[in-house]
Design a protein around this ligand. Structure first.
Ligand SMILES: Nc1ncnc2c1ncn2[C@@H]1O[C@H](COP(=O)(O)OP(=O)(O)O)[C@@H](O)[C@H]1O
Ligand SMILES: CC(C)(COP(=O)(O)O)[C@@H](O)C(=O)NCCC(=O)O
Length: 853
């Protein structure tokens, strides 16, 4: 009867056995096969060689074998050698394989019979313990299969099995053996066959036994090789996997924080969360990254800052809408008062106040719950108020940290270099998240060669289930789309297989930044008091006095809805005007009331404020106020922060960057007031003032006043917008006659600010135009602030740099220069973010400080 020896499909499906489950032939038996198919084998290295192929004597010997099994009670039971499937199986499972792995076979000659004992290092119940093989007389040539019930006999103690007489085992050392098979060899062969045949391959015709044995040995060798190969492959895959996961981690580390949450890396698995389940509103991903310079070749050195304002590119930009400072009213009359009211207040004081407020509220971005872009409105979060004042130790200068040796090297390879086409490229505008990215969780792997995130790569959770080609394509497409978005948001640029960058943008912007009121979160207990009492705060800085105060408003006067508490904003150029405003608008103040105060003036003018206003002054540290105000605005005013895109037109220049409240920190805050403070902010209560500079707003207005006839800051800005800095600054082209290509310094780069204004150069010429001076001055100061901000950002590995302070004033030249400097020098790794309430951060922070006065 023939039984296939190779694994059946079923066993294949069951998978490959573990290495230590494989049965190997005893190492002391060597087999070789001649061309005619003759099989020889040697039990001992220098022992006799036996021939087993089609050997009639051997067959006789085989036939003469008799199995004797002993049950647990010691009663022997005889069987012929063609034992049942089950018996072979048991032999294989409980006897032989264990022997080869854990024990050894001892061949004993006892009473003219060969006795083979199993010796286990560890006693394992073995069927061999209960089975004896005895020589059988030739007349017992019964090959009928008999079923045995070994199951009940398995649990015997150690035993032996015996084979025919020793005389019958004639061996000739060193020669081809006599055509007779010794019983012990036969047993061994049988055992090989049993072991190899395993459960499903029990019976083989006797004359074919040796043939199959040799085949099995070959097979076994091959399998052994395969196992080793398999192990090696596994090790290889592990190291590849680790490498790739490391790569993903690098990419992950450079993603914006909200995407860090979307992409989870755990052990060797990278999971992209279902976007729709993310617990925060994602920023609009169709917003392209800020324009990057055409070339991103790392600079050899950074001695110069490029002037981003190429005169050829300058479009007449509309003058900014400055917040006009009203003259200080001389008295507290209601007529004068109206001149100081914010639009909201004007509406409220007018007969149709409620209607106007309603319209105004609808316009207010923080209330827009169903705008047509893909960003979900922010729900008000119950953010517990950190108790101020904040730890003063944080004000100390931090220990110097070693700057990173390379500036995010992994990013560089993604940058798109377009030297031929003089245009910027963005990625294809991704579809809205809600519809297109509503995918179930899936796993992705990052392919270092193709630089793509691939769906279910072979080594990561490969599904055995075959999906249809279209399904696969669909999934790949979905993943690519998400990858585009990730890349887009992280400023990584992907070149597709054709070498082109997919182009198209549909930026989503809401409105030109203004400085509207902010609605106080309605459900936070800490703001309950504001429904019954107005609160005022002031930030008295080196140049300006900023006031934040609350008012109450209803969308509809007659409705039962809870009214809203609004924060209103005003600024003054003098302390007198500021105090006057407070006197006139804070009508219902009482002596027990508190004026929340921050900035240098909170110390300088503390007594005066208390005296003139008849209230208590409560001081809040300036830096603490800045951070707490920044945190509050980012957290509660959805459209607070935005990036500036000079090349875009109209409102497209302003692209909003709402941020998940959980991922606001860390960030770098560069507050450009009279002077500059650079703060590394890790939480509302943990920050460091890592640096500062005196080259801020004060320097600009001071030098501007000396060098031009501008009367005030706005006048200076207006001049600058008309100016041509090339008449004032020495450019690279003025020195090199063109670009300095070795250093990749463009021809129109500013080599030296005000370089063309030396006495020598000016002599004999008509004096430089003041608008050119104003422009050059503004570029010089904002370039240097941008570079400083980038260096601090880089030093502390920040991804977002928020600019605050009234130097910015949403001025296009300033924002463009700062953005350019940050993008250029950080190679797109950092975002330059501006804020609607740029100059009011400190005043908002002081307003929020409810710690004891
Ligand atoms: N109307 C303005 N008058 C004077 N300076 C202004 C005005 N608007 C903007 N600025 C600029 O803002 C700077 C003051 O910014 P601010 O944040 O208020 O700082 P500070 O707290 O030091 O007053 C000034 O130095 C100036 O460069
Ligand atoms: C002293 C200040 C904190 C005052 O704040 P400001 O009124 O300028 O907003 C600020 O001007 C500043 O940080 N100046 C820079 C000092 C320096 O580090 O060089």
């Amino acid at each position: 009867m023939r039984v296939p020896l190779l694994p059946t499909p079923k066993s294949r499906r069951e998978g490959v056995k573990k290495k230590d489950e494989w049965v190997r032939p005893p190492s002391n038996v060597e087999f070789s096969r001649s061309d005619e198919g003759r099989v020889t084998y040697q039990v001992e290295p220098n022992g006799p060689v036996f021939e087993t192929w089609r050997n009639p004597t051997k067959l006789d010997r085989l036939k003469s074998l008799k199995f004797v099994s002993k049950n647990s009670k010691g009663i022997s039971k005889e069987n012929d050698h063609s034992v049942s499937t089950r018996k072979w199986s048991f032999l294989s499972n409980y006897g032989y394989s264990e022997d080869t792995q854990k024990g050894r076979l001892d061949h004993l000659v006892e009473g003219g019979k060969v006795k083979v004992e199993t010796v286990h290092e560890k006693k394992i119940p073995s069927l061999l313990d209960n089975i004896s093989l005895e020589s059988m007389s030739p007349e017992h040539e019964d090959f009928n299969e008999k079923e045995e019930n070994e199951d009940s006999e398995r649990s015997g103690s150690s035993g032996s099995y015996e084979v025919g007489s020793e005389e019958s085992c004639r061996k000739s050392p060193g020669k081809i053996s006599e055509p007779e098979l010794s019983p012990e060899d036969t047993i061994q062969l049988c055992k090989y066959m049993v072991a190899k045949g395993q459960q499903h391959a029990s019976l083989v015709a006797d004359d074919e036994l040796p043939f199959y044995i040799t085949q099995l040995i070959d097979l076994n060798d091959q399998l052994g090789n395969l196992i080793e190969k398999n192990e090696r492959k596994k090790d290889d895959l592990k190291s590849v996997l680790k490498e790739e996961v490391d790569q993903i981690k690098k990419v992950h580390a450079n993603l914006p924080p909200f995407l860090e949450q979307a992409i989870q890396i755990k052990d060797d698995y990278v999971t992209v969360q279902n976007y729709s389940t993310l617990p925060f509103p994602l920023p609009d991903m169709s917003v392209p990254p800020p324009p990057l310079p055409l070339q991103f070749v790392p600079q050899v050195s950074a001695p110069h800052i490029s002037s981003p304002i190429s005169p050829m590119l300058i479009q007449p930009s509309p003058s900014p809408s400055p917040i006009t400072l009203q003259p200080s009213p001389s008295s507290g009359s209601s007529a004068n008062l109206s001149a100081f009211l914010t639009p909201v207040e004007e509406m409220m004081s007018a007969p149709q106040a409620s209607l106007n407020v309603a319209q105004s509220v609808q316009r207010a971005p923080i209330l827009s719950t169903s705008n047509n872009n893909s960003v979900q409105p922010l729900a008000y979060n119950s953010v517990p108020a950190p108790s101020l004042p904040i730890s003063t130790s944080s004000l100390q200068t931090p220990p110097i940290q070693t700057p990173p040796t390379s500036e995010i090297p992994t990013l560089q390879k993604f940058f798109y270099r377009n030297e031929n086409e003089k245009s910027h490229h963005y990625f294809q505008a991704p579809p809205p998240f809600e519809t297109e990215c509503n995918l179930p969780d899936f796993q992705m792997g990052y392919n270092t060669k193709t630089r793509r995130i691939a769906y279910s790569p072979p080594h990561i959770n490969r599904s055995r289930k075959r999906s249809s080609a279209t399904e696969k394509l669909k999934k790949v497409e979905q993943v690519r789309r998400i990858m585009d978005e990730l890349l887009l948001a992280s400023h990584l640029k992907r070149i597709d297989s054709s070498g082109r960058v997919r182009i198209a943008t549909s930026p989503v912007v809401r409105e030109k930044p203004a400085c509207p009121f902010v609605v106080v979160p309605p459900d936070e207990p800490r703001f309950e008091a504001l429904f019954t009492k107005q609160r005022y705060s002031v930030d008295i800085g080196g140049t300006l006095c900023k006031v934040v105060y609350s008012t109450i408003s209803r969308i509809n006067e007659n409705s039962d809805e809870k009214p809203m508490v609004l924060l209103n904003f005003r600024k003054f150029t003098s302390i007198d005007a500021c105090i006057q405003f407070l006197k006139e608008t804070w009508i219902h103040r009482e002596s027990t009331d508190v004026l929340h105060c921050t900035g240098g003036g909170s110390f300088k003018y503390s007594d005066r404020l208390e005296l003139e206003l008849g209230v208590k002054v409560k001081k809040t540290d300036e830096m603490n106020s800045l951070i707490y105000g920044c945190d509050f605005l980012l957290r509660h005013n959805e459209d607070e922060s935005f990036t500036y895109h000079h090349e875009a037109t109209g409102i497209d220049k302003f692209q909003y960057r709402p941020i998940n409240p959980d991922t606001i920190f860390p960030f770098l805050l560069v507050n450009i007031g009279t002077g500059i403070s650079v703060l590394k902010v890790d939480s509302p209560t943990t920050f460091q003032r890592v640096g500062g500079s005196s080259m801020g707003g004060g320097a600009f207005i001071g030098l501007g006043s000396l060098l031009t006839s501008a009367k005030d800051f706005d006048g200076l800005l207006q001049l600058a917008e008309r100016g041509d800095h090339r008449q004032i600054d020495t450019l690279v082209s003025d020195i090199y006659g063109g670009s300095y290509s070795n250093l990749n310094l463009a021809a129109d780069l500013i080599a030296g600010s005000f370089g063309k204004c030396s006495r020598q150069q000016l002599d004999g010429k008509t004096g430089p135009k003041e608008e050119d001076i104003a422009k050059s001055l503004l570029l010089m100061i904002s370039n240097s602030i941008g570079q400083m901000a980038m260096l601090y950002g880089n030093r502390y590995q920040m991804k977002r740099i928020y600019f605050g302070g009234f130097f910015i004033r949403r001025n296009p030249i300033t924002m463009r220069t700062l953005t350019y400097a940050i993008n250029f020098w950080s190679q797109g790794a950092m975002d330059a973010l501006f804020m609607k309430h740029e100059g009011y951060l400190g005043a908002v922070g002081a307003f929020m400080d409810e710690s004891e006065a």
